[in-house]
Design a protein around this ligand. Structure first.
Ligand SMILES: Nc1ncnc2c1ncn2[C@@H]1O[C@H](COP(=O)(O)OP(=O)(O)OP(=O)(O)O)[C@@H](O)[C@H]1O
Ligand SMILES: [Mg+2]
Ligand SMILES: [Zn+2]
Length: 327
């Protein structure tokens, strides 16, 4: 994915909802102005009351309450009249009001300084869609995972790729079935096109279906997003890292394919370490084997990855190529 753009996408959707509510209210206003001129007149009077209110407050800084009281009554009476007229003409009484999708935050995504539940829901929904987006044509689930792609003759490893992948597959199916916050963390490694992303997405989908909060993304995309937010200006936009640390299951795909950067390494350490300490399961997949991991990442990351994570080794021939060749 890129949980990458997901908070941004969520904000864009909220902005669209807000705009829609405002445009609809404007359209209704024009319609009513034409059809019920009396309401237009009352609206103008209401606006006058508003500016009068401001003037009154400025002029009577010591006796605001008394001055404001009568204007408030006036404005309430005007609003009441408008409602009555709307109803009399066959419109709902709130016809001129902006109708926001979310009544709690008026589609701003925030209630005070706190994130509104609608925002969190939107982010979850978008993450789920993002998982499906990767390969819309071929669903990455357990049903579409085939074992006959893997050669059934044993190589130097002493076990045939098919036998090995049967074990890996069974492990993943059971892992997904029995997922809980106490589940192990997994390290999926092996050559390109062997089904690591396919199986991690299959697990992600299954766990998501159970109602857990799952984040899936490539290491490159997720780290880049964290970095962007870290150095960005808006304090409210810095929740990707927190989500990566807090979510029930994090699937970090393609570790080792990201640019080499001290910031990313620090980020990886933080994620791996914090999630182990908080007992949150993580699935990491990589083209690198344990030796290459040791070469590329500092010992404090490697020791955690290799000792704490359950390793699953992928074997076989590049299935991406097999499929492209029509097999
Ligand atoms: N066992 C399988 N059965 C059916 N399709 C598979 C299987 N394994 C992989 N595929 C398909 O082959 C393609 C490549 O698989 P995938 O992306 O999972 O490989 P990968 O191990 O993640 O490779 P990389 O290391 O390059 O990321 C995908 O389209 C995937 O759906
Ligand atoms: Mg992959
Ligand atoms: Zn809301």
């Amino acid at each position: 994915m890129s949980t990458g753009g997901i908070p941004d996408k969520a904000r864009a959707i909220l902005a669209q909802r807000r705009q829609y509510a405002q445009i609809t209210a404007d359209r209704h206003m024009k319609e009513i102005n034409d059809k019920i001129p009396e309401i237009a007149r009352l609206k103008a009077e209401l606006a006058d009351t508003g500016s009068e209110l401001v003037r009154t407050v400025l002029a009577n800084p010591h006796n605001i309450e008394a001055a404001v009281g009568s204007l408030k009554d006036k404005s309430l009476a005007l609003q009441e009249k408008i409602k009555e007229l709307l109803i009399k003409n066959g419109y709902p009484e709130d016809y001129l009001k902006e109708k926001y999708f979310c009544p709690y935050c008026d589609d701003t995504g925030y209630v005070g300084s706190r994130k509104c539940a609608c925002f969190t829901r939107l982010v979850k929904q978008l993450s789920a869609e993002e998982m499906n987006r990767r390969s819309p044509l071929e669903l990455c689930d357990f049903q579409t995972f085939r074992l006959d792609y893997y050669p059934d003759t044993a190589g130097q490893e002493g076990i045939s790729p098919r036998k090995q992948m049967e074990r890996v597959y069974q492990y993943c199916v059971r892992y997904a079935e029995g997922f809980s916050l106490k589940s192990a963390s997994l390290f999926l490694f092996g050559g390109t096109g062997l089904g690591k992303t396919h199986l991690s997405l299959a697990i992600a989908h299954a766990v998501l279906d159970k109602g857990y909060h799952v984040i899936y993304g490539s290491a490159q995309d997720l780290f880049r997003q964290v970095e962007r937010e870290h150095f960005g200006k808006d304090a409210a936009d810095k929740d990707t890292l927190q989500n990566l640390l807090d979510c029930d299951l994090l699937v970090l795909d393609d570790l080792g394919a990201e640019f080499e950067s001290g910031y990313y390494t620090a980020c990886l350490y933080n994620i791996v370490n914090s999630r182990i300490n908080a007992q949150r399961p993580t699935i990491i997949s990589s083209n690198l084997d344990s030796e290459q991991i040791q070469q590329r990442y500092p010992e404090r990351i490697v020791s955690r990855l290799l000792a704490v994570y359950q390793s699953l080794r992928f074997m076989g021939k590049d299935i991406r190529q097999l499929k492209a060749a029509g097999q």
